[in-house]
Ligand binder design. Structure first.
Ligand code: SF4
Ligand code: FES
Length: 221
């Protein structure tokens, strides 16, 4: 395999484990994760990532193989959680187990578990504090493009794709319980995905809030 160019450089060559922890902890907290409670394991993984930093110029996952394609390899730059939200939420951890869902008390018992999750899974998408009332935001969850809206302190999730000409609804305008498409103004009710245009309703997703995190239920097949 040919040696790939670094995906991007975010860390100096003299980066330490503590530097990585200080960078990663707030980053993954916004995604609903924390470092594994097994500190010895965390230090082992981060030591491997520092070795990869020295050889490649960035911190990659030690348990994944780089392809040489920078776009593909960007998906295994650590923390890679945004690329695999649905699987990780189903596993309660990232592949390696470096990160675990915030509510998991003992991360040691998750180490080595590699079952591919299937079925419905509640995926953390945003902190409640990161979605102000009356706003709508896009999130990619596995193969799903989802718009998450907050109205009167309730949360709703619907397909982000307008059925008219596929505009991103999360770039539209909220008007009460309706989102207005940014391109030609079709309106959708964020509560049930309905629109006045026949046969053009969009899919909605169940939403829950756990410990200040908004979760959207998707099905992994
Ligand atoms: S699987 Fe875990 S350790 Fe590997 S890149 Fe993703 S977040 Fe980092
Ligand atoms: S693409 Fe949404 S109204 Fe045209």
């Amino acid at each position: 395999m040919s040696e790939a160019a670094p995906v991007r450089r975010r860390f100096n060559p003299d980066t330490t484990i503590e530097d990585l922890k200080a960078y990663m902890a707030p980053f993954v907290d916004r995604l609903g994760y924390k470092f594994n409670t097994d500190e010895e394991f965390v230090d082992e993984v981060l030591t491997s990532e520092l070795e990869l930093l020295e050889s490649t110029g960035d911190v990659f996952c030690p348990c994944r193989v780089r392809t040489g394609d920078p776009k593909e390899d960007a998906k295994i730059v650590c923390p890679c959680i945004p690329f695999f939200r649905d699987q990780f939420a189903g596993l309660n951890k990232c592949w390696c187990g470096l990160f675990i869902l915030n509510e998991v008390e003992d991360g040691t018992e998750l180490l080595g578990v590699i079952d591919e999750p299937t079925g419905p899974v509640d995926v953390p998408v945003f902190k409640v504090a990161d979605l102000p009332d009356g706003q709508i935001r896009h999130v990619k969850v596995g193969r799903h493009d989802i718009a998450v809206a907050r109205v009167a302190d309730e949360f709703f999730a619907l397909s982000n794709v307008c059925r008219h000409a596929f505009a991103p609804l999360a770039e539209g305008f909220m008007d009460g319980y309706q989102v207005m498409c940014p391109w030609h103004g079709w309106r959708y009710d964020v509560r049930d995905g309905t629109t006045d245009h026949p046969g053009s309703d969009v899919k909605t997703y169940p939403v829950s809030v756990v410990d200040g995190e908004i979760r959207v239920r998707v099905t992994i097949r």
